[in-house]
Design a protein around this ligand. Structure first.
Ligand SMILES: Cc1ncc(COP(=O)(O)O)c(C=O)c1O
Length: 407
């Protein structure tokens, strides 16, 4: 009997997995047996202090957020069973989108089932052939893929990259764009607000000035900045004294500080949101955000707006954690974000250190290639407003042990 399937697929797949295993680079999924909080119940380890979730404001298991989700489930049922424009738009979507627009002080917003989807919607929908997208080299994978997709869908759309957080490099790309005869449309400058692997921030006021000088639009993905940065958690722009309306388009996630359920959004001008509704492929061909999440996320934003002290608590925890990491003998970037990367270079070492920390009751993930470039493996410590002093002490004690054992 002849087989139609090429024999190479199973063998090459197995080879990749075997190599990862041999090199100590295989990722293991831990199983959590209870809610996401300052501590989590981990199968095989019991209760451990959690320093690797994006639960920045501690709202993922907040009673009001949980209750709002349950009420949404009861009121609207388990599924939307449709994309938005067919019959998938529920009252709670409008309420949430109005809340997001109000939160940022912009005209409108539109939600998606993830920020990944939002980033795959914005560039292919708003950009046209002859436009130029200029992107920070360290932008999140969803931005990179969204731009790649846009360039495939809109043939003649131009794209380029500037060096990470380097304003001279950005200016050079803008000068080149204006001099490029093929660039006949709009220039889009795209950056993360908070960079997810580095924990540093984009200089948004300087980028705004550059965009204005060159007549470019500024798009900021503030997935890790929303709820974290600025006195009231509005995001990286607020931390730098800018109103939300000075960013042309903000994309973000509901899967981190804002309740942590899932979902993403684009916030900005009503005109662009209307176009996304008419033409965005994830909008037209993918189901609406589940109502239970729309309701819980809306409640999470309401709590954030009502209790800015949560942001202050997070900030105090971030400062204490960074000092503790340094006290334990590791270098960490001095930044106000809740992402504290400890660079250890080697992927296998990062994974081994993370495993050891878990034995010590501290849950921190080691990141290696392909999440970060080869040679840049790291432990990424993430801080939450839910952490108490005792959790931070546990983190520092664990890191001190690592320092001794992995000298
Ligand atoms: C900067 C950034 N953008 C987008 C995403 C994707 O968000 P979501 O999980 O909602 O797809 C992430 C998630 O890690 C992120 O860090």
């Amino acid at each position: 009997m002849t087989t139609l399937a090429a024999p190479t697929f199973p063998s090459r797949t197995q080879e990749i997995l075997d190599t990862l295993r041999q090199n100590g680079q295989l990722k293991h999924l831990q199983t959590i047996e209870g809610p996401m909080d300052a501590t989590v119940k981990l199968k095989g380890y019991g209760e451990v202090a959690c320093f690797c979730s994006n639960n920045y404001l501690g709202l993922a298991n907040h009673p009001e957020v949980v209750e709002a989700g349950v009420a949404g489930l009861r009121r609207y049922g388990a599924g939307t069973a449709s994309v938005r424009f067919i019959c998938g738009t529920f009252e709670c979507h409008h309420t949430l989108e109005a809340r997001i627009a109000d939160f940022y002080g912009v005209e409108a917003s539109y939600t998606f089932t993830s920020c990944w989807n939002a980033n795959e919607a914005i560039f292919p929908t708003l950009c046209e052939p002859g436009d130029m997208i200029i992107s920070d080299e360290f932008n999140h994978a969803s931005i990179i893929d969204g731009i790649r997709l846009a360039a495939v869908i809109k043939k003649g759309l131009l794209k380029t990259v500037y060096r990470h957080n380097d304003l001279e490099s950005l200016r050079a790309r803008l000068v080149e764009a204006r001099a490029n005869a093929a660039m006949t449309g709009t220039i889009w400058v795209v950056t993360d607000g908070v960079f997810s692997m580095e924990g540093d921030i984009a200089n948004l006021p300087a980028m705004r000035t550059l965009c204005d000088e060159f007549g470019a639009y500024l798009v900021v993905d503030d997935s890790h900045g929303t709820g974290v940065m600025g006195p009231t958690g509005r995001g990286t722009h607020e931390a730098q004294g800018m109103p939300g309306a000075q960013i042309d388009y903000i994309t973000g996630t509901l899967g981190k500080a804002l309740g942590g359920g899932a979902g993403g959004y684009i916030a900005g001008s009503r005109r662009a949101i209307d176009l996304l509704l008419q033409r965005g492929r994830p909008t037209l061909f993918s189901n609406a955000l589940p109502c239970t999440i729309a309701c819980s996320a809306e409640k999470a934003i309401e709590i954030l707006m009502r209790e800015p002290e949560r942001v202050a608590r997070l900030r105090a925890n971030v400062e204490a954690a960074r000092s503790g990491i340094i006290e334990a003998g590791f270098d960490v970037l001095n930044s106000p974000t809740a992402i504290c990367p400890i660079i250890v270079h080697d992927t296998a070492k990062a994974i081994a250190m993370s495993k050891r920390l878990l034995e010590l009751g501290v849950f921190v993930i080691g990141f290696g290639f392909p999440v970060v470039p080869e040679g840049h493996a790291r432990l990424r410590v993430q801080i939450s407003a839910a952490h108490e002093a005792s959790h931070l002490e546990q983190l520092v004690a664990g890191l001190k042990t690592l320092r001794r054992e992995f000298a």
